[in-house]
Design a protein around this ligand. Structure first.
Ligand code: SAH
Length: 233
């Protein structure tokens, strides 16, 4: 079932805007066909009742139950110098179930705050596309950029993905009872020694992923998905 994003609700009807009507056409979906509609954090199974160029009016058949991740993850992601790579991270973080993504400025990251801020609307569009693809009803939240020094280790589990690979192996981390976690990931060139020391002093736990050095986007996605799949009561 293809999913679409509603722009408003009128009684028992969910209304898809013009932009979504274009997607309906691309997918060759007609009146009376069932579709998934995301509205205010929920996914509904709907039937298209009325279709014009401007909007589609859909009746709600049922709420589709979507389980939420059992762990609330914030990804502190150093902005890659090749900033386009952040698009990929936004898409994958949405799919795997990260709660919040914070672009982080580090010694070797992309460092222009104004440029990063201007990218946020584009990233939010990628989030919406990815929600439709994955059936995730609540958006990934993207915050404004932060400096590495301002990060706080205030979750149940605070992970630093350490490019010096001196940390604890991910599988040795006890996830039982952990309800929230943050993961700090470095840029292409990695963290400097002093950045790693600063994060450890702030209370982040140095962790290594086996067996090799991964690209920043790979490390971010692998670690997030591991925690989401293995954490739980
Ligand atoms: N150029 C660096 C590697 C950077 S990889 C070097 O040669 O050391 C980019 C980021 O991904 C790292 O800063 C780290 O946060 C994360 N990362 C990649 N592979 C990892 C691994 N095997 N263990 C832990 N973190 C890793």
């Amino acid at each position: 079932m293809y999913n679409f994003l509603a722009s408003r609700r009128e009684g028992d009807l969910l209304i898809l805007p013009e932009e979504e009507v274009k997607h309906l056409k691309v997918r060759r979906i007609r009146r009376e066909e069932p579709i998934g509609v995301i509205w205010e954090g929920k996914l509904y199974r709907c039937t298209i009742k009325d279709l014009s160029q401007k909007e589609a009016r859909c009746s709600i058949d049922e709420v589709v139950p979507v389980p939420e991740p059992e762990i609330d993850i914030t990804l502190y992601q150093a902005v890659p110098v090749e900033i386009g790579v952040f698009d990929f991270i936004v898409q994958k973080a949405t799919e795997v179930g990260v709660e919040k993504l914070v672009p982080v400025i580090t010694e070797r990251s992309f460092r222009k705050n104004e440029v990063i801020l201007k990218k946020i609307p584009r990233w939010e569009r990628i989030v919406r596309e990815s929600m439709k693809q994955s059936g995730r009803p609540k958006p990934l939240l993207i915050e404004e950029p932060k400096e590495l020094i301002s990060l706080k280790a205030d979750r149940d589990m605070n992970i630093l993905l350490d490019n010096f690979q001196e940390g604890t192996s991910l599988r040795e981390i006890e996830l039982k009872g952990i309800k929230s976690a943050c993961i700090v990931v470095g840029p292409e060139g990695g963290f400097s020694r002093s950045e790693v020391a600063l994060l450890k002093d702030a209370g982040f736990k140095s962790v290594r992923l086996k067996p090799y050095t991964m690209r920043t986007e790979t490390a971010a996605v692998v670690c997030s998905s591991f925690l989401i799949n293995f954490a739980g009561p």
